[in-house]
Design a protein around this ligand. Structure first.
Ligand code: NAD
Ligand code: MG
Length: 407
């Protein structure tokens, strides 16, 4: 049945870009929500500010040192229960009183708490796309068993969810994920050779966390979203297309067998998708100005340039491998793609590799998986081990740069 209001919420990744936008939605509708738990990793200052405003009975941080740093920042007379580390995050996600869990940590670190929320049968507002990339089959199987409902926060997948509501999934011909093309859409390869982290962090339309901003610049973000869409909608990768749309107004389209394409349009503001998930099936009023198509004048579309942005193609190939039930198939390719990408993005941000080396590190990781596996559908432990091994391999390759990798 439908959840009544006020709803009891857990926010994982509360201190990040999505977490902060979620709190803005919640604070605009204080009668609709109660915050049961807030989880952050290292930004104890921001977590303390959020906690002081909402006084949730549970808080979570990465480790004991951050818990010790948090406690003196909390207001006098407020003594929440402190949960620590991955086990603490998972416990918060599964709290019996929690009704809706926002999964908005960044990277593979979000997998175990997302899975815990799904296993506990929660409504999961899912922003952490990496958890689906790593273990989409395990998450979907857990949701079938527990009855958990997964609502996509990622704007493209949220757009598709809205476009498909009330339609028969069998009549679907394909999904079309729109992509802004990132800050380097019109740049040539010579420019990409010398890109700095500051340039790559400056997204034209969206304000986001560092990791997803770099992923948007390499188009890996769109590749991860193709894999995410396959899992969310149970589709083969051949049914998921990518369309470059620099204005980020059309957030994606669903095409049906009769030739209709249904799109979702709106200003590029994540509060729309977040509010849709937190209040579903209700819609909340938001302080977002009307989209004026007349002042925009035109919307443009183009095919993605996979030569210039190889990460997109690498992810699409990994998605195809995932569906391959032969001896060389399975989700291992997606696991290592994601792991190597996280290492490479961190290294790029730290000035330890170039922008173009991100794709090379990822390709190298997938190549080495093709030689050694593990193949087939991986269980959680094998997935986590493969993730750790792929990170270690990518870190060793990084030590060999700049001379080591072939170009
Ligand atoms: P961010 O970097 O702004 O925030 C990340 C959050 O995760 C922070 O709260 C941080 O404390 C927490 N975190 C970091 N490392 C952690 C760890 N090891 N364990 C537990 N928590 C940890 O990131 P973001 O932009 O808010 O993105 C969060 C997720 O949402 C990502 O998966 C991203 O792909 C997805 N997403 C974001 C946007 C966006 O507009 N920002 C849009 C679509 C999807
Ligand atoms: Mg997106």
């Amino acid at each position: 049945g439908e959840l009544p209001f006020p709803r009891s919420l857990v926010l994982l990744g509360a201190t990040g870009s999505i977490g902060t936008s979620a709190l803005a939605v919640i604070e605009a509708h204080p009668d609709k929500f109660r915050i049961l738990g807030l989880a952050g990793a290292r930004n104890v200052q921001r977590l303390a500010q959020q906690a002081a405003r909402h006084r949730p009975p549970y808080l979570a941080v990465l480790d004991d040192a951050h818990a010790a740093a948090l406690i003196p920042l909390l207001p006098a007379g407020y003594a929440p229960e402190l949960l620590i580390g991955p086990a603490g995050y998972a416990a918060m996600a599964a709290l019996p009183q929690a009704q809706v869990v926002l999964s908005a940590m960044v990277g593979a670190a979000g997998l175990e708490s997302t899975l815990a929320a799904v296993q506990a049968g929660k409504v999961v507002a899912l922003a952490n796309k990496e958890s689906l990339v790593l273990a989409g089959d395990l998450i979907r199987a857990a949701a079938r068993t527990s009855g958990a409902v997964i609502l996509p926060v990622d704007s493209e997948h949220n757009a598709l969810f809205q476009a498909m509501a009330g339609h028969n999934g069998h009549a679907l011909r394909r999904l079309i994920l729109t992509a802004s093309g990132g800050p380097f859409r019109e740049k040539d390869r010579a420019f990409l050779e010398a890109v700095t982290p500051a340039q790559a962090l400056r997204h034209p339309n969206w304000s986001m966390g560092a990791k997803i901003s770099i992923d948007s610049a390499t188009l890996m973000n769109k590749g991860l979203e193709v894999i995410e869409a396959c899992h969310l909608y149970g589709l083969p990768v051949e049914m998921v297309d990518v369309l470059v749309h620099p204005q980020s107004i059309v957030h994606s389209l669903a095409e049906f067998e009769d030739g209709s394409q249904l799109a979702h349009l709106g200003p590029p503001d994540m509060r729309i998708a977040i509010a849709y998930c937190l209040a579903h099936p209700e819609r909340l009023a938001l302080d977002i100005p009307s989209l004026s198509l007349a002042s925009l004048g035109s919307l443009t579309f183009a095919s993605p340039d996979v030569e210039k942005f190889p990460c997109l193609q690498l992810a699409i190939h990994a998605a195809a491998t995932m569906a391959d039930c032969g001896p060389q198939g399975g989700n291992g390719a997606c696991v290592v793609l994601n792991a190597a990408n996280e290492v490479a993005v961190d290294a790029f941000l730290a000035g330890r590799c170039t922008f173009l080396e991100i794709a090379r590190l990822v390709e190298d990781a997938v190549q080495s998986w093709r030689q050694s596996g593990p193949f087939g559908a991986l269980d959680l432990q094998t997935t986590l081990t493969l993730d750790a091994d792929a990170r270690a391999l990518a870190l060793r390759r990084l030590d060999l740069l700049p001379a080591g990798l072939p170009t």
